[in-house]
Design a binder for this molecule. Structure first.
Ligand code: MG
Length: 367
């Protein structure tokens, strides 16, 4: 089978509410890039990449599109069902920039699933259970507003929460205590600083919440500063932004640096690399958050398949945000029910594009 045409589309996805990261960084809409890969067998694969603004990771939406324009001509004529070979070809064409490769990798998995006649979860490791539990992010805000958002999410059926902290430490301590009072038995909360605290600030917050049953995620920007906090505090620690490759995961595991790892598909370069790291985490006994840096129906479906193919005990969480976007871009995408999603059982991602929402292509490369 050969790739005959690649088209990409820039789509703005309105959100249920603006996404407010730690330190008040705002992301009002998801600037997403959708991809269609066509083949000489008539099978079409869908992909998507959506960096969370331009200041979150070393990735941004226009950069993804520029990288994709560099990669697409080289992929024409390649066999999309040979995933490692596709990734080797992309790495030989463009060094680094994993996020620019992610949507193409996802689209090729979608094609492989359709060729095999199997849903992606079957190819990614097999089905574990019926559905995938989601967490609700609590945007950075006043202590009172964050407690209210968490209570609303509880009423919607969520039991997992990721409050965004990383602000002024005294107020963060109030934020965390205010939300901890609301947690019921079985609720799990990981307060995520997105690397925004300095080491002394992270140490103060961690000491002030030492008696609470709360996880801390990515307290400081650098790996070394997170490790310093890890070695002198008691909370279970999640690492996210600094775990951007297999060597970093191995280093952090050797250092005993974390209890949970947040794996984002675009951060790692697609499903191929994310699955590799997910499998290694399962072998090492590390739980995983499985998600991405943003997106809509295509990314939401990819994550749901990845989640369902991960043993339940190792699933720490999956973000609800992909399923709350207010523009549908594909039919067959998972929808939230009682704080959970389940992917389609149809082959591949199980999606049909709602092409009227995609608009005109911004990239069109063909044989
Ligand atoms: Mg995080």
């Amino acid at each position: 089978m050969k790739i005959t045409r690649i088209t990409a589309y820039k789509v703005e996805l309105p959100r249920d509410r603006p996404y407010r990261l730690s330190g008040w960084r705002m992301v009002p809409v998801f600037d997403t890039t959708l991809v269609k890969i066509e083949t000489d067998a008539g099978i079409i694969g869908l992909g998507e990449v959506c960096p969370l603004g331009a200041s979150y990771l070393p990735a941004y939406a226009a950069g993804a599109r520029t990288g994709m324009a560099e990669l697409a001509p080289r992929l024409i004529g390649a066999d999309p069902t040979q995933l490692d070979a596709i990734n080797a070809l992309m790495d030989a064409t463009l060094k680094g920039h994993p996020y620019a490769k992610s949507a193409f990798d996802i689209a090729c998995w979608d094609i492989l699933g359709q060729v095999a006649g199997l849903p992606l979860y079957a190819l990614l490791g097999g089905r574990f259970g019926e559905d995938v539990e989601l967490y609700q992010s609590v945007p950075h805000d006043t202590p009172e507003a964050m407690a209210q958002t968490l209570a609303e999410a509880q009423a919607e059926g969520f039991r997992r929460f990721q409050p965004k902290v990383g602000g002024e430490p005294d107020i963060d301590i109030k934020r965390i205590h205010g939300m901890a009072r609301l947690l019921r038995p079985g609720d799990v909360a990981a307060v995520d600083a997105n690397g925004s605290w300095l080491v002394h600030e992270a140490a103060r917050v961690a000491n002030a919440i030492a008696d609470l049953d709360i996880y801390v995620e990515q307290p400081c920007a650098s790996y070394e500063d997170c490790l310093s906090i890890r070695r002198r505090t008691r909370q279970p620690l999640v690492l996210d932004e600094v775990i951007d490759s297999l060597p970093m995961l191995l280093r952090a595991h050797d250092d005993g640096a974390m209890d949970v790892v947040n794996l984002k598909i675009a951060k790692l370069g697609g499903l191929t690399r994310t699955r590799q790291m997910r499998d290694l985490c399962v072998s090492l006994g590390i739980a995983v958050t499985l998600e991405d840096t943003g997106g809509g129906d295509v990314i939401g479906s990819a994550i749901a398949h990845l989640g369902l193919s991960t043993p339940q005990r190792f699933r720490f969480g999956t973000a609800a945000s992909y399923y709350k976007v207010r523009l549908r871009t594909a039919e067959g995408a998972p929808v939230i029910a009682n704080g959970c999603v389940r992917p389609s059982d149809a082959p591949g991602l199980g999606l049909k594009p709602l092409i009227q929402a995609w608009g005109e292509p911004i990239l069109d490369v063909r044989a």
